[in-house]
Structure formats: C-alpha cells, structure tokens
Write a protein that binds this ligand. Structure first.
Ligand code: ATP
Ligand code: MG
Length: 341
C-alpha cells in the first residue's frame, strides 16, 4: 500500500508549477472527471482531509498539467478591457465578474482599476483610502520605478489579484498621462507582467480621456457594455472613432470582442427597441452581440458584500452572458491572441 501524499507535498507540487489552488482543481477535475472545489484543495493542503490515492496517483504519474502550463512556460497575458464613456453601464460589474469567472477556470488573473472612482477596488472589498496611505495604488505604480507586481493585492480569498485605484488617479491623469507619450506608460507597465498572469482585466472610467486612451493603447480586446436604453448606445459611434485613432497611432492589434447589452428589462418596450438597434449595429460593424444581462438586484447587493455577484450567486441573471465573455477570452488565449505576441 503506497504511503499517503501529505498536504505539504501537495502544496509544494502546486507551487513549483506556479499554479494557484483553483488551477489545480480545474486540472484535477478535467483529468479525473470529478467536481472538487478550491476549499477541498485547501483542506488537503492543511491536512484537515486525507488526499485520495487517485489524486496522489494523478499528480505522481509524471504527466504535467497540460492545460495549465507552469508559470515559466506561459506566454504574455491577454489584456481585456470594458469601455464606454457613458457612466453606469456596468463596465465595472462586467470586469469584476469576468475576472472572477476566468480565475474560476484556473487562470491567473489581475484586475487593474483604472478609474479614479475606485469602484472595482471597493467592489472587491479593498479600501482605496488605506491603499492611498500605503502608497499602493495604480497612481503610485504608474509613477514608480518599482515593479508592477509590488502593487497588487489578492482578492476573493486569493482567487485573483487587484491593482487598486484611488481618487489620486484623477491628478495622475492630468499631470502624467498628458505629457508626450504619457498614454503609453500603462502599456509599458503592463508589459512587465508578462509571464505572471494569463489575463489582465482593465476597468475604464466613464470618459474618453487619457486614462481610457491609456487602457485602449494597452489592451488586446475591448468589450463595449451598454445599457439597453437610448442614451447609453448613443456614445458608441464616438467610441468607435477613438478605437480607430488608437489602432492607427499605437495599437493596431486592438480587437473588439463585442457588445454587451446590460440591465435589460425584456418587458420594457424601450429595451426591445434598443436591442433591435444594437443587433443592426453589431451586424453592420461585424461585431458579436453577447446575450443581454438582465436587470438584477444581485449585482448591486454584491458591491456591499465586497465580492463579485457571481461569486455569491453563480446563477444570477446574466451569468450566461458573463460566461459567454469568459469563454470567448479563453478561446482567444487558446488561439494565441496574447499581449505583445
Ligand atoms: N444587471 C444589472 N442589474 C441591475 N443593476 C446592475 C446590473 N449591473 C450593474 N448594476 C448596478 O448598476 C450600477 C452601475 O454599474 P457599474 O458600476 O458596473 O457601471 P460602470 O459602467 O462601471 O459605471 P461608471 O461609468 O461610473 O464606472 C452599480 O450600482 C451596479 O451594481
Ligand atoms: Mg465603473
């Protein structure tokens, strides 16, 4: 009878391969056709539960986790952003939930809060004021020569990482990013993170100023969330112009993943009319129109809980839409659409 694998051995196996607990769970479940979760791995690692022989055997058979290559062999991240200069269209909600789903799929994810309102930071239970006092926000990362990695904090019990924002980012926008080539600083800083993350998610502020242009210069893929009401979609043509400018000057590889209708109420006539217009717009621009996210109180409540809505209720209205987006991003990574590739 072989000796049981110990929790320390499991942890060291995982860490040597640069995997987080979720990545290990995903690999084990695919390989053994099981439904283990991260809490289970945690209990194995602390010794609270015995590690099953089948798990130990899978880990010891010499086959490296193939879908989840070790950190050193992984390439540059896919950089994803949600942009729309209209306020309150669910950019932040989208970034937080997509980051969560990508992490659940076993990816190493960093969410960078690029909005001085710091809504993503607060949504993930991090205090922007404390981060400012600790000089550990995007403002400080952009101005510092210290590595970007020193500014990130784990969120959602370590499921993914956040680079927080605070209100001081508004001044950075005015002072630093408006200097010659200032809108390339974020792109250069993101470049430092190659090899550390599979996905970097950038949350934009609600305007087309230097911060948003910095994000578009740095991104591989852009999603356009829009509320299903007329005023929200009116800004999309202007956003297309900004995208064209960014492609021409700095980032020809910027792709548009699609349009995401949000806060959709199927019984409202206006929402149906806007959906019809969005379908026509998506068709004429040759863009994917994701399934609309219905209006649901879960998302607002989750802000108070400091966690993504889908971490609290994976079956919230709109869960399918957010899964479609995460899957589209996972497919892109498989096809090799990576930052700087
Ligand atoms: N599907 C939904 N149903 C109901 N409320 C939602 C939904 N999605 C997001 N919300 C809520 O709508 C508000 C605006 O969402 P969010 O902050 O994500 O938008 P935003 O585009 O990032 O805003 P801003 O432009 O200010 O950055 C928040 O209170 C959020 O909780
Ligand atoms: Mg926001």
């Amino acid at each position: 009878m072989p000796r049981d694998m110990t929790g320390d051995e499991l942890r060291s196996y995982r860490e040597q391969r640069g995997m987080n607990q979720q990545a290990l769970v995903t690999w084990l479940n695919e390989r053994l056709n099981r439904r283990y979760d991260r809490a289970k791995v945690s209990r194995w690692e602390t010794g609270a539960e015995r590690i099953p022989q089948t798990v130990a055997a899978a880990l010891k058979d010499g086959t490296e986790p193939s879908g989840i290559p070790a950190a050193a062999s992984r390439g540059a991240p896919v950089v994803f952003c949600a942009a729309n200069q209209k306020g309150g269209v669910a950019k932040t909600t989208t970034c937080v939930n997509v980051a969560w789903l990508l992490a659940q799929a076993g990816s190493r994810v960093l969410l960078v809060d690029c909005d001085p309102q710091a809504n993503a930071t607060v949504h993930l239970g991090v205090d922007p004021h404390e981060q400012e006092l600790a000089k550990a926000t995007l403002t400080h990362a952009l101005k510092s020569t210290r590595p970007m990695r020193e500014f990130v904090v784990p969120v959602c019990d370590g499921a993914f990482h956040l680079l927080p924002a605070s209100i001081s980012l508004a001044a950075t926008d005015r002072e630093l990013l408006r200097q010659p080539n200032g809108t390339l600083i974020l792109r250069a800083k993101i470049g430092q993170l190659a090899g550390h993350y599979d996905y970097i998610v950038l949350d934009c502020p609600p305007h087309l100023g230097e911060l948003t242009v910095s994000v578009l210069n740095a991104a591989d893929q852009l999603l356009i969330p829009t509320q299903t009401e007329l005023l929200s979609m009116m800004g999309i043509p202007q956003l297309f112009e900004t995208i064209a400018g960014v492609r021409e000057l700095v980032n020809p590889r910027l792709g548009v993943l699609g349009i995401l209708p949000t806060m959709y109420s199927p019984r409202r006539v206006q929402d149906e009319q806007v959906m019809t217009e969005l379908r026509a717009l998506a068709e004429s621009e040759n863009l994917r129109l994701f399934s609309p996210v219905k209006r649901a109180a879960d998302y607002t409540k989750s802000v108070m809980a400091g966690r993504p809505g889908l971490a609290i209720n994976p079956n919230s209205a709109g869960a399918e839409s957010y899964r479609e987006i995460a899957e589209a991003l996972l497919d892109l990574a498989k096809e090799g659409v990576r930052h700087g590739a």
